[in-house]
Design a protein around this ligand. Sequence first.
Ligand code: DP6
Length: 408
Amino acid sequence: MAETSSVRITCTAPVNIAIIKYWGKRDEELILPLNSSLSISLHQDQLKSTTTAVASPAFSEDKLWLNGQEKSVQESRLQALLHEVRRRAAKRPLEDVQREEEVVESVNSEHRLAPPSWHVHISSKNNFPTGAGLASSASGYACLAFTLAQLFGVRGELSGIARRGSGSACRSMYGGVVRWTHGEQADGADSIAVQVIPESYWPELRVFILVVSDLQKAVSSSEGMRRSVATSRLLQHRATVLVPELLRKAEAAVKAHDFPAFSQLAMCDSNQLHAICLDTHPPIFYLNDTSRQIMRLVHAYNQACAEIRAGYTFDAGPNAFVLTTARDASKLLGLIAHFFPPQTSNSKRYIRGLPLTTDPPSLELQCALGFEPQPNALHYILCTRPGPGPQCIFDNEAHLLNIDGLPG
Ligand code: DP6
């Protein structure tokens, strides 16, 4: 039954790392931020979510599988996203509705549209470890919003749909460098993401993700920002006074390919976020000793170079996102691998992602750091760069659900 009439589509979406952070909401339910933010979408060759959605008149309910495990669809953010995509699909122009059973063009291929009244089966997975604190909710919700929009034929501005799942997800709806404008309207209609530059604009940019060993369960971003909004007076000052200026400068630096300025702003903004966390009551500690050693290492490297050639930024966890350019990539990676060596059993898969050589650090640089190498402090290092936004995958092998909407 499902076989003849079901519609199936598979898409992918990137992880993003914030350079000017989103921290604090003015509306919890609509997920509207106190301040605008800026991020880099990372390349999907290294980090991506993949989602398959199948809609059919034969389905009696919506269903969801995450990384192969069936989950409840009742979670409120998932419901809000599903509701929003169906609401917009129901407002599709009449000519689209009449063509419902016909083939429509989608990105670079063709598929049929599903009516919004049909139930949907969804399966989503990440090509990176979900538990490693690598912003899986941003890529996951962006991928879900994009896939459902393709399935139900919703066109135009889609980042507002992704935002209903998770604030930072709206920035994963584009590639390159992306701004999420906080917006003014009470219904959130102007709280959307826009692309500042495409990924091809600054191809030399590199990002190393240093996955820090940490068994502690951090306070979730949502809970952390709720607590900061309630208790931190610094947060209000940041949102209204500091961020607008930081954002303007960061965008200008990106457009001018000015790595020292861009990277300096990224470090300052990351440190400001963690200062707000300390100003929160009770305080929140996302960074650990390894995070702080990485910060020292980056500053020592810049000092030795007599200019800023590396930067760092940390989200709500101890993992470091180290920023640099192709020119310094091998030298910086060699330095990081020297001071944070792998366990011998882990050395093969220690440096992952982009194929890069590691230049051993000079003795002078080793002495300048002033701390001993720390084996086992990192799980692994993932080397990546800015990448494109969500994409439809027209490959039958890529589907996570069969045409009857079931895994396998
Ligand atoms: C520190 O987007 O995860 O990564 O909107 O409540 O889902 P919710 O929060 P989330 O917060 C991300 C916070 C951050 C900074 C950023 O990505 O801008």
